[in-house]
Design a protein around this ligand. Structure first.
Ligand SMILES: *[C@@H]1O[C@H](CO)[C@@H](O)[C@H](O)[C@H]1NC(C)=O
Ligand SMILES: *[C@@H]1O[C@H](CO)[C@@H](O)[C@H](O)[C@H]1NC(C)=O
Ligand SMILES: *[C@@H]1O[C@H](CO)[C@@H](O)[C@H](O)[C@H]1NC(C)=O
Ligand SMILES: *[C@@H]1O[C@H](CO)[C@@H](O)[C@H](O)[C@H]1NC(C)=O
Ligand SMILES: *[C@@H]1O[C@H](CO)[C@@H](O)[C@H](O)[C@H]1NC(C)=O
Ligand SMILES: *[C@@H]1O[C@H](CO)[C@@H](O)[C@H](O)[C@H]1NC(C)=O
Ligand SMILES: *[C@@H]1O[C@H](CO)[C@@H](O)[C@H](O)[C@H]1NC(C)=O
Ligand SMILES: *[C@@H]1O[C@H](CO)[C@@H](O)[C@H](O)[C@H]1NC(C)=O
Length: 907
């Protein structure tokens, strides 16, 4: 979010003293006399500082949202200035112009999505000028990813991809001088530990951010802890994930005339895109007093020269994260963890498709991009997905028309990627049969399978290990035979499409049944299954036993497979327990849907309403949607399910596939009613007999886990002012609660917010519909509707529950989370599969000639990666092994390591 102010200025040095090494800055001190030394980029191009003085570094920068109130292209071109006066192309034009006029000037630029657009439009003369500015360190890139990513709702793999896209463009364009030295996240609404870990592995020397909890900031100002060494991984060997981190003094007490937070309205700085309107001298004058004041709340006023040696950071080692973020007592930015749940899911599965597309683009060779099905590319999806990582995109905090633009971009990524997949499969199999994709299997829509009497399902598995995966296809027949790649029969069953699925799909599909079976696929490989209808009569009743049971003691009592049993109360239709049949573990477990009544902002404590960013329930007690569910039981050898209807806008299927070790809860929520004029934040809550005592665990960006404790923050004394919202944390892929005997893990299919408010309970927010804007700039209530759902958006998703002994569970849930992210891609062709699917010999066709290791974001060779070492002197430093020996092509990955290699191959 926030402020495309064309430029704003903030002080560093005294203020960012420890970081002065990391930055080039405009200061009041002269540079070396001209001609005496060659101009250089990097730290050597910095102005000199003066020993014994308070060095005030001004860092002119611009924060350009890759979509927020306007779309990314509207921001670039300066279109729709009626919404917000901002045009990034003019900012870059005038910045470059000003830099060229005066060699003393410096500027930092952050978002490569905009810079890339601008660069493409420049002629060779201008490009040469800009290369000079970059080579002399006068224009310096910081962060340099495609966008400044959101940190709560993003998955690490998409973050690495978007950083790689931006950073490799900068390296290709400018070489070493284009490589950013610091990561710069001045706007995201809270900070994830995994982001810090990734930035460290990308070779950044330091990290700056702007927003942290107001109580945390006060505390840090008192103890001079606004510079810290963040130890961002429990698993990686230090200093691999150590990152020197500086908290910028922006935010809530800006000096007059310097406010670049969107909550104030300093017109001269905020609204004018033309640098010539800025009076830097005036700005500096007013800053002197502020800089002096600010120096008192930072650890050092040391000068740049003595920096690296004098400090010890032991006391400021931080190992947790900066969530949740509150800017006041009743203003917790924990709503956006869930805002726009459909977009969050679309972003997540688009990431899966991109990985498939990348893999197949390589495997299929050059004809993947230009083959029998036309021109395809993975680049469209890569860019769309990179844009979607922005902190107003996947976060759900943009205006509705901008959210539509993000989804539209992803959708064009889907079509070009699907061409790549079709071309690649054609090259690999030798068949040019038209290939069909069904993007709405989640609501049982696929006109192809609905109509076809015989077809082949090709399953591509993007994971590096084999998967067993359930497939559900909309069909009209009642009996089918399914055979595996070897022609062996596969157990399959036909079950009726549920009433809630019919409601949500509307007239997008008409199939009456679903064909259910389990498929397997090898690591990074394919398998093909043939489906043949063996009964002509369509629309006939299926032989699958389904029963509608309502009324006292009429409901189902249990479903089970060989691993799990879920029990139900036959009176209420609700879950009552979960049993792991292998380990003989058993817990009481009830689950239901509730909604928090959103604050409208009209009360005496605070005028803060719930909105796109902020979660503020009117009361800590959520309302139950219904104490009972109408149930329907489906029991077959392939799948067992209890379909529960709680209300016309909340239903669920509790489902067990025959080979699954997890219980699926497939929820469907919406349209959330607002006819009572109350905004609603809908949660699913699982209450168990586990004695978790207010402790729960959530993942950070889909990787390592962090311990959360109710009403507690590890590094400061929390005064809890919002008992619910102040305990919400982002869940990217999984969360769990445990005691000595049992661990209940919940794997999510998208980013969501969640908490554990009661002992043994875990709640996850699924959907939000709000009637007021929360006054953080977006100026729209989060009230999602669409052409298909004019009465309010309906969203469907899945949670996977797993019950394990605490020790073994730790290893289990990360692969599960990965399976949700990198789901197999299904595609369909008419008729039976050709004998022996030719696809299996895939990998032997590629000969690896050599390889070199890169940093995590692939913009620097690993051997050239030299970060500043901030490790406290007292700590032992492990030998850093470099991967150099090309004769040994075995790479051993330590736990949680991700390594990046460039392979040279012959196809
Ligand atoms: C499937 O059956 C439904 C219900 O009879 C019907 O409306 C629909 O047209 C059928 N679909 C096809 C492709 O025949
Ligand atoms: C059960 O009830 C639902 C909704 O009321 C209906 O659509 C479905 O056909 C019924 N199923 C059976 C087996 O009666
Ligand atoms: C819901 O909250 C609103 C204020 O946000 C309040 O006026 C209303 O009484 C509350 N309703 C219920 C049912 O608690
Ligand atoms: C709350 O106050 C605002 C501004 O005074 C007003 O527009 C809104 O209608 C009020 N909401 C309710 C539910 O009374
Ligand atoms: C909830 O709404 C009621 C009625 O408008 C109001 O009196 C109360 O202060 C609100 N509480 C919170 C926490 O917003
Ligand atoms: C929310 O959306 C509904 C459906 O479009 C509309 O009728 C209602 O006025 C909207 N409410 C607000 C506060 O935007
Ligand atoms: C079904 O999946 C599509 C993406 O393929 C998504 O856009 C849509 O929102 C999902 N439908 C529901 C009801 O969640
Ligand atoms: C960075 O760019 C330079 C020059 O453009 C090139 O020689 C170098 O190999 C690139 N580095 C990486 C890691 O791709």
């Amino acid at each position: 979010m926030a402020h495309i102010s064309s430029t704003a200025h903030l002080p560093c040095a005294a203020v960012l003293c420890a970081f002065s090494l990391l930055f080039c800055a405009v200061s009041s001190f002269p540079v070396a006399p001209e001609g005496k030394q060659e101009a250089k980029c990097g730290y050597e191009s910095c102005h000199m500082t003066k020993p014994g003085f308070l060095n005030v570094h001004l860092v002119p920068h611009t924060h350009d949202d890759v979509g927020w109130l306007k779309t990314v292209d509207q921001y670039f071109y300066g279109d729709r200035n009626d919404i917000q006066h901002a045009g990034v192309q003019y900012i870059l034009d005038s910045v470059v112009d000003q830099l060229l006029k005066n060699p003393q000037r410096r500027f930092i630029y952050v978002e490569t999505a905009f810079f890339y657009r601008w660069w493409k439009r420049q002629d060779e003369d201008m490009r040469n000028n800009v290369r000079t500015l970059v080579n002399q360190g006068r224009l310096e890139f910081v962060n340099g990813g495609w966008c400044m990513s959101d940190e709560a709702a993003t998955h690490y793999s998409s973050v690495i991809d978007q950083m790689t896209l931006g950073l490799r463009f900068l390296n290709e364009t400018f070489g070493e001088c284009g490589r950013p030295r610091v990561a710069w996240h001045i706007d995201p609404f809270g900070h994830a530990r995994e982001h810090a870990s990734m930035f460290a592995q990308m070779g950044y020397d330091g990290f700056f951010f702007g927003r942290l909890d107001y109580q945390d900031r006060e505390q840090r100002q008192m103890t001079l802890d606004q510079e810290l060494l963040w130890r961002a991984s429990d698993s990686l060997t230090p200093p691999m994930a150590d990152l020197l981190t500086g908290i910028l003094p922006n935010g809530y007490n800006p000096p007059e005339g310097f406010c670049w937070d969107q909550s104030c309205d300093d017109a001269p700085i905020r609204d004018d895109p033309d640098l010539e309107d800025y009076n830097v001298d005036d700005v500096v004058q007013r800053f002197i007093q502020t800089a002096k004041d600010q120096a008192t709340v930072y650890k050092t006023n040391h000068i740049i020269m003595t920096m690296g040696s004098d400090f010890q950071y032991e006391t400021a080692l931080k190992t947790d994260d900066f969530f949740p973020y509150a800017d006041d007592a009743h203003d917790f930015w924990t709503g956006y963890f869930t805002s726009r749940p459909a977009l969050k899911r679309y972003e997540r599965i688009s990431n899966g498709l991109l990985q498939v597309c990348n893999q197949l683009e390589v495997l299929g060779g050059s004809s993947s991009r230009n083959g029998p099905f036309g021109k395809g590319d993975s680049h469209t999806m890569r860019k769309s997905l990179a844009v979607a990582q922005h902190h107003d995109a996947v976060s759900g905090t943009s205006k509705q028309h901008v959210a539509n633009d993000y989804a539209r971009r992803l959708s064009s990524g889907w079509s070009t990627c699907q061409v790549v997949v079709s071309n690649s499969l054609s090259a690999l199999s030798g068949s040019t049969a038209p290939r069909v994709y069904c993007d709405n299997l989640n609501i049982s829509v696929c006109s192809f399978t609905e109509a076809s009497k015989q077809f082949t399902v090709t399953v591509f598995n993007p994971l590096g290990r084999p998967v067993l995966w359930p497939v559900r296809l909309p069909v009209n027949g009642t009996q089918y035979s399914v055979s595996d790649p070897d022609g062996k029969p596969v157990d399959s069953k036909v079950v009726p499409v549920s009433s809630s699925t019919r409601d949500v799909r509307k007239d997008r599909g008409f199939a009456v049944n679903e064909l259910v079976f389990e498929v397997q696929a090898p690591p990074l490989g394919f398998s093909a299954y043939t489906v043949s209808q063996i009964q002509d009569q369509t629309g006939a009743k299926t032989e699958t036993k389904t029963e509608n049971k309502t009324g006292p003691n009429q409901g189902p009592t249990q479903i089970e497979n060989k691993f799990l049993r879920a029990t139900f109360d036959p009176d209420t239709g609700l879950l009552t327990g979960l049993i792991n049949l292998e380990t003989k573990q058993r817990i009481d477990l009830t689950q239901n849907f509730y909604w928090y009544n959103a604050s409208d902002g009209n009360n005496s404590d605070s005028i803060q309403p719930s909105g796109a960013y902020i979660f503020r329930p009117n009361s800590s007690t959520p309302f139950i949607i219904s104490k009972t569910a109408k149930t329907e039981l489906v029991q077959t050898s392939v799948v067992q399910e209890v379909r529960q209807i709680f209300s016309p806008w909340a239903s669920q299927v509790v489902r067990l596939y025959s080979s699954s070790r997890t219980l699926e809860l497939e929820w469907t929520v919406g349209p959330v009613p607002i006819d009572d004029d109350l905004g609603k934040e809908v949660i699913t809550r699982i209450d168990t007999s586990i004695k978790s005592g207010g402790v729960f665990y959530t993942d950070s960006n889909g990787r390592e886990l962090l311990k959360r404790k109710k009403d507690f923050r590890p590094t400061w004394d929390l005064k809890q002012s919002e008992p619910i919202a102040g305990n919400y944390y982002p869940i990217n892929s999984r969360a769990f609660i445990m005691d000595e005997e049992n661990q209940l893990t919940v794997v999510t299919d998208r980013s969501q917010g969640g908490s554990s408010i009661q002992n043994g309970s875990l709640e996850i927010m699924l959907h939000r519909r709000l009637l007021y804007d929360d006054v953080r700039g977006v100026a729209e209530p989060l009230n999602e509707t669409s052409d298909l759902f004019p009465e309010g958006l309906v969203v469907r998703g899945s949670l996977l529950l797993s019950l394990d002994p605490p020790k073994s569970a730790a290893d289990k849930h990360r692969p599960l989370g990965q399976e949700m992210v990198l789901q197999p891609l299904l595609s369909f062709t008419e008729g039976a599969q050709e004998t022996n699917t030719k696809l299996s010999k895939l990998f032997s066709t590629m000969e690896v000639l050599g390889f070199s290791e890169l940093n995590l974001s692939a913009n620097q060779w690993k051997k050239d990666m030299k970060r500043f070492d901030w490790t406290p002197k007292t700590e032992e430093k492990p030998e850093q092994k470099q991967f150099t020996d090309p004769s040994s092509w075995d790479v051993t990955l330590k736990p949680m390591e991700i390594r990046t290699f460039l392979l040279r191959v012959r196809i």
